[in-house]
Design a protein around this ligand. Structure first.
Ligand code: ADP
Ligand code: ASP
Ligand code: MG
Length: 402
């Protein structure tokens, strides 16, 4: 007998028919004698709808604490409905909200980190032979307030349960049958990847491949939880995410696209030691993570600095830079939200010549101009105009993946 953690995303539990189908999968494994813990997302686009409702009530932005109370409700509904569906099939089940399941988090509302999982209640319910259905993406902080883990955070809930209970299997059921070399909805000839390392998956996820939440991969790597990404619609074998995949030569694993970013341009800076420090230190004080950075060569004592950040940080970043206007004496600070990042990911990119040239050639052939470039050990990213993003992904995918 083994312990299996199964996570079902929004599409997999979207309506009564889907819930019943998922319940059947769960009951099937339960009847084989396994202990089952299930983590669910909100149904379909319920989280988006809740966010829109908040925006109607408070267009200036509701407090993050109240957003968490609201957003956690989506998973409360899907968890209880799924437990009911399982019960209706004659199998004992109990739903638990994040706080009941023991998820203790920090107080970073809407993007909280799990500090620890106290699994006593989960264990007690398993001992009673219940299927335990946990509401994903939520926990409780030191003030007994509900917190959520950021969009797509149910993946992280599942990995935390699997790590803490030392599960034999952690299955992430979604609406595609595995991790592909690019988003299969965008690139029709994308190929399924049978096995991928944590590091490669982490890069793909952080660079925009939404199929797994990047924090969940980070945690899976840390606690060595092997993940199986598979479809709740078909019985196809999925993708294994694990350590140490055998590889002799460099392999491009995939191409990812991220459209949730903005670029900021600070022009006409007086070139002097310390300007980069002052800018990026101020951004750090505002809690803003900077991604790509470009610094132009000095000309007549003046220089420009450009960088990219998450789209949602743009207003705050402009505010932070404006607060330095007197000390830095720059000419202008501008931003561009219509940008996207295209990345290729694969082990050994840094040590193989020609990868960058091949990517740039592919974009050139499609007439796509590059605004910024960044390289890493196992990734290569460029920023392009948002309108070029989808064509760019296809071009780069075709160049690297036959
Ligand atoms: P869930 O609701 O099950 O968590 P998500 O919508 O978060 O599902 O993630 C699944 C989606 O991720 C797919 O529908 C697919 O369009 C998208 N996706 C993006 N990049 C990839 C990729 N490289 N491989 C597979 N799916 C991807
Ligand atoms: N329901 C949340 C979201 O839509 C969390 C999740 O699905 O993982 O982002
Ligand atoms: Mg998801």
């Amino acid at each position: 007998m083994s312990l299996i953690v199964k996570k079902f995303g929004g599409t997999s539990v979207a309506d009564a028919q889907r819930l019943n189908h998922v319940a059947k999968l769960i009951v099937g494994d339960y009847k084989k004698g396994h202990d089952i813990v299930v983590v669910v997302s909100a149904q379909g686009d319920h989280t988006d709808r809740l966010i829109n409702q908040a925006a109607e009530i408070n267009p200036d932005g509701a407090s993050k604490r109240e957003m968490d109370v609201l957003m956690s409700a989506g998973e409360q509904i899907s968890a209880s409905l799924l437990a009911m569906a399982i019960e209706a099939m004659g199998c004992p089940a109990v739903s638990l909200m994040g706080w009941q399941a023991g998820f203790k988090t920090d107080s970073n509302y809407t993007f909280a980190r799990i500090k620890r999982l106290e699994p006593d209640r989960i264990k007690a319910e398993l001992a009673k032979k219940n299927v335990v259905v946990i509401a994903g993406f939520q926990g409780i902080n030191q003030y007994d307030d509900i917190t959520t883990f950021g969009r797509g955070g149910s993946d992280t809930s599942a990995v935390a349960v699997a790590a803490t209970l030392k599960a034999n299997l952690c299955q992430i059921y979604t609406d595609v049958d595995g991790v592909y070399t690019a988003d299969p909805r965008l690139v029709t000839n994308a190929k399924k990847i049978p096995v991928i390392t944590y590091d490669e998956m982490l890069e793909l996820a952080s660079l925009g491949a939404q199929v797994l939440n990047s924090r969940s991969v980070e945690m899976a790597k840390k606690y060595n939880v092997e993940l199986e990404v598979r479809s709740s619609f078909t019985d196809e074998p999925g993708t294994l995410v694990k350590e140490n995949v055998k590889m002799e030569k460099m392999v491009i694993r995939g191409v990812a696209k991220d459209t949730d970013l903005s670029t900021i341009y600070i022009t006409g800076l007086n070139d002097a030691p310390g300007i980069a420090f002052k800018i990026f230190n101020r951004l750090a004080q505002h809690g803003i993570v900077v991604d790509l950075i470009m610094h132009t060569a000095e000309s007549h004592g003046k220089t420009d600095i450009m960088f990219s950040i998450k789209g949602s940080d743009c207003t705050e970043a402009i505010k932070a830079i404006e607060s330095l206007r007197d000390s830095l004496n720059f000419e202008a600070v501008e931003h561009d939200d219509d940008v996207a990042k295209i990345s290729v990911v694969g082990s050994g990119i840094a040590s193989h010549p020609g990868v960058a040239a091949k990517m740039f050639e592919a974009l050139y052939e499609y007439g796509i101009s590059i605004k910024m470039i960044a390289t890493g050990e196992i990734k290569l990213s460029v920023i392009v105009a948002a309108k070029d993003a989808d064509r760019g992904v296809k071009a780069v995918h075709d160049a690297f993946i036959q």
